[in-house]
Design a protein around this ligand. Structure first.
Ligand code: UTP
Length: 275
């Protein structure tokens, strides 16, 4: 039912310097696949085949990844090596890709607002490709689309994190209306542990209704002078309803070295098991 998915990918990836000096964080590979490709596969599995990517300077490799590479195709045509391209070819056949640039890095909320031109007035998914999710049974976006189909409001994915990690996340407070599903009453961006309303941290998966763009336009810069999606979502929660969904599966914070290495081990193991 939701056809569009937005990938904010304009950030500098400073935690991975110098790797990200000339290469976007989103094309860094976990085993043999760039982070962004895992994200697009998750979106497509949820039926979202219209992919919008918010890029910035130095992100050309992202566009090239989802385009034909004639020389390479010619070189391996008819050889067994073609099998390596099967997954990416499927994405290129089944998805459309559109790009827009965020000219100044004014935060995730601003990046999402920049993507309005690709989305228009319909509900859409948002995937932060550096949060790599391996869903249990179904992909996380598929699980969230199911929640949206039932409640027709914005949905954020949450995970319970240890309190000493809570300062890295947007954190929600809310009442549980179904097992693992919360109606949000408050949200705080990157709180100190003593100010955190819970240990339910927002991770990089959202389904947003298009009124979020109007709210983002009115949202003043918050923490670090950035336009925070958390602030806009709190306004939306107060005006209407926003749900927080404790997804089933495992998430790797591939924006950090520890998460990146864990994800590499996890997916390498999976690949070996497949044989
Ligand atoms: P992060 O803060 O995790 O990513 O933003 P970053 O800025 O790339 O990395 P570090 O912290 O410097 O290492 C979360 C997501 O939001 C996007 C990023 O690309 C990332 O996917 N983002 C953030 C934007 O697209 N634009 C922004 O202005 C900020």
């Amino acid at each position: 039912m939701i056809k569009k998915c937005l990938f904010p990918a304009a950030g500098y990836g400073t935690r991975f310097l110098p790797a990200t000096k000339a290469m976007p964080k989103e094309v860094m590979p976990i085993v043999n696949k760039p982070l962004i490709q895992y994200g697009v596969e998750e979106a497509l599995d949820a039926g979202m085949d219209n992919i919008g990517i918010v890029t910035g300077r130095g992100k050309r490799a992202l566009e090239d990844h989802f385009d034909v590479s004639y020389e390479l195709e010619h070189q391996i045509n008819g050889t067994p090596k073609e099998a390596y391209l099967a997954d990416i070819r499927r994405l290129m056949e089944e998805c459309t890709f559109s790009y827009t640039r965020q000219k100044e890095m004014k935060g995730l909320g601003h990046a999402i607002l920049t993507g309005e031109t690709l989305i228009g007035r319909e509900p859409f998914g948002v995937i932060l490709a550096d949060d790599l999710c391996d869903g249990e049974d179904d992909g996380v976006m598929t699980q969230m689309a199911r929640i949206y189909a039932k409640y027709r409001c914005s949905v954020v994915a949450i995970e319970e994190v240890p309190m000493e990690q809570i300062h890295k996340y947007g954190v929600i407070a809310g009442s549980e209306i179904e097992d693992g599903l919360y109606m949000i009453s408050d949200m705080v961006e990157k709180p100190e542990p003593e100010e955190a309303p819970s240990n339910h941290a927002i991770i990089g998966r959202y389904i947003l209704t298009p009124d979020i763009f109007d709210i983002l336009r009115e949202t003043p810069p918050g923490l670090n002078g950035e336009i925070q999606i958390t602030d806009a979502l709190l306004t939306q929660a107060k005006r209407n309803m926003v749900l927080a969904y404790r997804f089933k599966g495992r998430r790797f914070d591939c924006g950090s070295m520890e998460g990146f290495v864990e994800a590499t081990n996890h997916y390498y193991q999976q690949l070996k098991e497949k044989g």
